[in-house]
Design a protein around this ligand. Sequence first.
Ligand code: MN
Length: 235
Amino acid sequence: MTQTTYLFAPPAVPSLAVRGQAARLPVNRIFCVGRNYHAHALEMGKPVDKAAERPFYFTKSPSTLVVSGATVPYPPETRNYHYEMELVLVIGQAGFRVPADQAHRLVYGYACGLDMTRRDLQLVARDKGRPWDLGKDIEHGSVVSEVVPMQGTVLTEAELALEVNGAGKQKSDIRMLIWDLREIIADLSLFYHLQPGDIIFTGTPEGVGAVQPGDRITGHVAGVGEIALQIGPAE
Ligand code: MN
């Protein structure tokens, strides 16, 4: 048997702790749903008409993954670094063109997530018709808590909230999602062969805002868990 040799050490597999398990969950891809709460779409100046639109997505590199509790540098080339509190859906079974009524089969569990965003760069990209990568695919910018196994369970209601330095900033419920979890799995699986280890940031509610070096972000999704992030000095 031949063994592959590499010029330099391959990067470590990005992974998440799983509640009640010694084994970690290897993260394959990070998908994010854009504008999935009406009140957040409105605060971004881009209301959503579900009857006339489909959901849209962007991706973040798995190498941007950071575990809850970390301290991360305030990133370069932004003056408007935003938090976005989200429910993260963790895929545990492969699926392609999955009907909504079968979507539960793909669910491994859930986590809390922070979709950190260079809002200034994202809005320039959006308004100039450029890709969102510089605004969204940020080193240390995809923060995820431990994964809570709930195989086959599709959550339909759960409060989610976020505070900065203890002051409430975001508070909503996943009942307010424009496209619910079944609809997201069904739609995203039209484009991608979903795989175990794919994770989906399901969108953020209203109340997004900026953080500064020294700020501490905390958040929770009821019935799932908690998340925290400390913003360190600018690089
Ligand atoms: Mn987001």
